[in-house]
Design a binder for this molecule. Structure first.
Ligand SMILES: NC(=O)c1ccc[n+]([C@@H]2O[C@H](COP(=O)([O-])OP(=O)(O)OC[C@H]3O[C@@H](n4cnc5c(N)ncnc54)[C@H](O)[C@@H]3O)[C@@H](O)[C@H]2O)c1
Length: 314
């Protein structure tokens, strides 16, 4: 059966695409290559000649989407303009792609008879919740245009689920990391950014006092959650996907120093607007509704990520 991965040339989408192909599914990747790259899909044309297809397309193109979603069983909707900072600099663009594009995927998916849409949402929808862990029953309190856009995508999914009995589920990813997460972009996430700087002999830069904490989730666990969500009865709601543990940025630097054999002290700069202070996923719903259990420990995930970035830095 055919699955479509939107944003499949990106970090998470490329891992998901590989996992689906390896499990014997046919996969069509849909991506406009705005933040993703064909390099992330290297080797797939050769290894999965019969079952893999790449289509360059903007998810806002309704007619194009009708063609590429036709015949698909599951749509794993990963395409978005990621990053809080990008959305602060250009909120309209984030809105157009993340809200308009998501509605397009949902509406066209329903129209052409897709069985289910699994949507990549974000822990950022919680904003600064008063207590930890963040659980699905809490009110969403977005702090950035990005978080608003991800929450709006969830609401459209829920609404279409109710009106049309069209199965959709929103997975709220908590700080995903791992190989192929772009370390070079100005908008790079904290882990690839720190590793790249430290490998280049420079101290990592922390915005704030470094005591802010995050639930860092290894990409393989996120892929697994997607596969479980597609097979589960979960529909019309949102489910946290995290590790269930949190680490401060100071502790992250300590762990990276241990792995790299370095002794860097971070440089501290002013906190950034739109960043949340603490983040920790409550994963009971993921366990009970999806059968999801995180499998890769933080240190192991960091070691694998360093192993991927290290050769690039030479
Ligand atoms: N990485 C994280 O920590 C994290 C956390 C929470 C949620 N998410 C969500 O997970 C998804 C994947 O994120 P990622 O980290 O892999 O980012 P990424 O930038 O590597 O992947 C996003 C992909 O979407 C594609 N894309 C962007 N706009 C598009 C458009 N208009 N049409 C078609 N394709 C388009 C990009 O080219 C890219 O390949 C996103 O929806 C993001 O919001 C990521």
């Amino acid at each position: 059966m055919l699955d479509v991965v939107t944003g499949g040339a990106g970090f998470i989408g490329s891992h998901l695409t590989r996992a689906l192909l390896k499990s014997g599914r046919e996969v069509r990747v849909v991506d406009d290559l705005s933040t993703g790259s064909l390099e992330n899909l290297n080797g797939l044309k050769t290894s999965f000649n019969e079952t893999y297809e790449f289509v360059e397309l903007d998810i806002r193109d309704t007619e194009g989407l009708k063609r590429v979603l036709d015949g698909a069983e599951i749509v794993y909707h990963q395409a978005a303009i990621p990053s809080v900072q990008r959305s602060i600099e250009n909120p309209l663009r984030s809105n157009h792609v993340n809200v308009g594009g998501t509605l397009n995927v949902l509406a066209v998916g329903h129209e052409v008879g897709v069985r289910k849409v699994v949507y990549a949402s974000s822990s950022s929808v919680y904003g600064d919740s008063e207590s930890l862990p963040k659980i699905e029953a809490m009110e969403a309190r977005p702090l950035s245009p990005y978080a608003v856009s991800k929450f709006a995508g969830e609401l459209y999914g829920r609404t279409l689920s109710r009106i049309h009995r069209f199965p959709t589920v929103g997975l709220r990813y908590f700080n995903v990391f791992g190989p192929r997460q772009n370390p070079a972009s100005r908008y790079a996430a904290v882990i690839p950014k720190f590793i790249t700087r430290m490998l280049a002999g420079q101290p990592p830069v922390i915005y704030g006092d470094g005591e802010q904490s995050r639930d860092f989730t290894y990409v393989e666990d996120v892929v697994n959650a997607n596969l479980l969500a597609a097979d589960s009865d979960a529909s019309g709601g949102s489910v946290n996907v995290g590790s269930g543990e949190r680490y401060t940025l100071n502790r992250l630097v300590g762990l990276l120093n241990e792995i790299l054999g370095t002794t860097f002290e971070p440089l501290y700069e002013e906190p950034r607007l739109g960043d949340v202070r603490h983040s920790l996923a409550g994963i009971d719903v993921a366990e009970s509704e999806l059968g999801y259990f995180p499998e890769i420990g933080f240190r192991e995930g960091l070691e694998r990520t360093v192993d991927w970035i290290e050769p690039l830095s030479h």
